[in-house]
Design a protein around this ligand. Structure first.
Ligand code: ATP
Ligand code: MG
Length: 571
């Protein structure tokens, strides 16, 4: 491609709204243009990178025996009602109505549609296992679209679904997909980790998220520093051994005045005790009656764990009125001793070895000191419902956990029979009986992966593409386009590079060399082939590597060999 003919609208400045480096650079490099919040046009340079990532995904999925298909973006509400997700999906599902007042969704994911295909087209155990995938535009009306294509409302996803006769068969395929995903992200040049993630309260046996390590990542991961142990999980899933505290309180239960002291910080400061000597009392709403939840004062509740314990997806912190109704007093003074209403109390494991604790007294401006769990209030059972944090000990090997931020670029999921049961999708087994398919699903955010790759591969001058996903492998720069010999050699090299199927962008613009170098650095092409009058005098051409900044000079006739050896180092 000749730059003079290409639409690569680079910018000197990044727009004020861009917070993360990938968003800034994608706009400055002319890769994306915003149409509306979370909705972007992929400009020609971006589309080339999308094609590269999609090719890697297709090659690796096909290698694993998966078959590509393409399902519609629009899907009728009936399917979503059948699976139960028409209501559960909430506002994130983009809905519309046709001229006949029939309701549709713009697909955010395709479990319903693929399960409908499976129940119609897959009949016998002999056809299983089978894995089908597509690469397609997805729609999610995200509450906070941000970071450019990282969290868009319209984005490109590869989604795959596998169908199995047994759990063992799914487990085997899941392991294979784990490897396939690792290979895909390795080929994209990413530093990543697969981490255990939350399956949600309903259905699903096991799931891993593939996290690209980046400080701008929205996910927090806790991981064991010991590679042979390898434990790593998202913060909403992570288990840990939380150390018991040494300094327990002791003494008789008594009531203390705590005027206006409601928060853990205020109460502990006022009573001169440690936050870990407090028992925090919180009220949560569920789809049935509210529950009271207790956790040590220095820890936070993990709502995903709580949802699992309660086997309920609709769990959220209660409003002040509900809390007041249950405790019988102003918010901030609730405690497990003498609650006004009889409700279920869920007690976190951190409270088990507390000895005595400080709790609200269910009276305005009063707290109890020296409350003994199990004696002063009933504890049916202790549950793990606290957030793990860095420094807690690994559940597998007891080393202190570390934390890092990550961008979720892919997720693999053992669905089990969740959709096949709700949608009545069965195959006929060897014994002639109808059985629900055992399913797995596997997603990769194509456009998010590109943003994540930029987060990891950039410097102050711009993007530094890993070779496999670079929009062009080489940029050919003529330093002075007024010099006829420079132009002649550039034209020859451009032709030769193309003949050898090397992806070359020829910056043939009659601009200052500095300007062209800046643009080349910004769009991140891995190698620059620089033709100048000065070097041609010695029959040499300069080759620069974007990542290291290294410069090399090679005879004009060796340029193709040189570039080939860099692009295909194994040849
Ligand atoms: P998140 O937790 O970030 O909202 P998710 O877990 O809901 O993502 P999945 O349903 O697992 O997403 O979708 C599969 C993949 O699609 C994700 O791993 C991610 O790479 C990508 N993806 C999801 N939502 C978006 C989005 N709004 N914009 C761009 N890519 C997305
Ligand atoms: Mg996910």
């Amino acid at each position: 491609m000749r730059w003079s003919k290409a639409l690569i609208p680079t910018l000197k400045q990044s727009p004020a709204e861009a917070e993360v480096v990938s968003h800034k650079l994608m706009i400055r490099a002319g890769m994306i243009r915003k149409l509306a919040s979370g909705i972007y046009s992929y400009m020609p340079l971006c589309l080339r990178v999308i094609d590269k990532v999609e090719t890697i995904v297709r090659e690796e999925m096909d290698k694993a025996g998966a078959q590509e298909l393409l399902m519609p973006v629009l899907s009728p509400s009936e399917l979503w009602i059948e699976s139960g997700r028409w209501d559960v999906y909430g506002k994130e599902l983009m809905r519309l109505e046709d001229r006949n007042e029939k309701h549709f969704a713009l697909g955010p994911t395709h479990e319903e549609v693929i399960t409908d295909i499976a129940r119609r087209e897959l009949r016998s155990y002999k056809q299983l296992p089978v894995c089908l995938y597509q690469i397609q535009t997805k729609f999610r009306d995200e509450i906070r679209p941000r970071f450019g294509v990282m969290r868009g409302r319209e984005f490109t996803m590869k989604d795959a679904y596998s169908f199995h006769p047994t759990k063992e068969c799914l487990n085997k395929y899941y392991k294979l997909m784990f490897e396939v995903y690792s290979d895909i992200f390795k080929r994209c040049g990413l530093k990543f980790r697969a981490v255990l993630a939350d399956c949600g309260a309903i259905g699903g046996d096991e799931t891993h998220e593939f996290m690209v390590l980046a400080s701008s990542g929205e996910s927090l991961v806790l991981s064991c520093p010991d590679d042979t142990c390898g434990y790593a999980a998202t913060d909403d899933t992570a288990k840990s051994k939380i150390l018991s505290v040494e300094e327990n309180l002791s003494g008789e239960l008594c009531e203390k005045d705590t005027p206006g002291k409601k928060s853990v910080e205020d109460v502990s400061a006022f009573l001169n005790v440690n936050p870990f000597n407090l028992i925090k009392t919180l009220v949560y709403k569920t789809s049935k009656e509210p529950v009271v939840v207790l956790v040590r004062g220095d820890r936070e509740i993990n709502i995903s764990k709580l949802k699992k314990v309660l086997k309920d997806e609709l769990v959220e912190l209660a409003d002040d009125k509900t809390t007041t109704d249950i405790s019988g007093c102003e918010v901030g003074f609730a405690g497990p001793v003498g609650l006004k209403q009889k409700v279920k109390v869920i007690v976190d494991l951190t409270i088990k070895n507390m000895g005595c604790g400080v709790t609200g007294a269910n009276k305005k401006d009063k707290h109890y000191v020296n409350v003994v769990p199990g004696k002063d209030f009933d504890v049916e059972k202790y549950y793990d419902i606290a957030m793990a944090k860095a420094g807690d000990l690994c559940v597998k090997c007891s080393k202190p956990l570390e934390e890092f931020r990550g961008i979720e670029v892919g997720q693999i999921f053992k669905l089990g029979a969740k959709y096949s049961k709700s949608m009545d999708a069965n195959y006929t087994g060897e014994d002639g009986k109808a059985k629900p398919f055992i399913m797995g699903c596997y997603g990769i955010g194509i456009t998010r992966t590109i943003a994540a790759a930029i987060e990891q591969n950039n410097d102050e001058n711009g993007i530094i593409w890993p070779m496999e996903i670079a929009p062009y492998q080489v940029i050919l720069i003529g330093v002075n386009m007024k010099d006829t010999q420079t132009v002649a050699i550039c034209e020859e090299l451009y032709k030769e590079l193309k003949e050898k199927s090397i992806e070359v962008l020829y910056d043939d613009r009659d601009q200052r060399a500095g300007f062209k170098f800046k643009d080349a650095d910004l769009i991140g092409v891995p190698y620059k082939v620089v033709v100048s009058e000065k070097n041609l005098k010695e029959n040499k051409v300069e080759i620069q590597e974007r990542r290291s900044g290294s410069r090399d000079f090679t005879p004009r006739d060796n340029v193709i060999n040189y570039i080939q050896s860099k692009i295909y180092p194994l040849f």
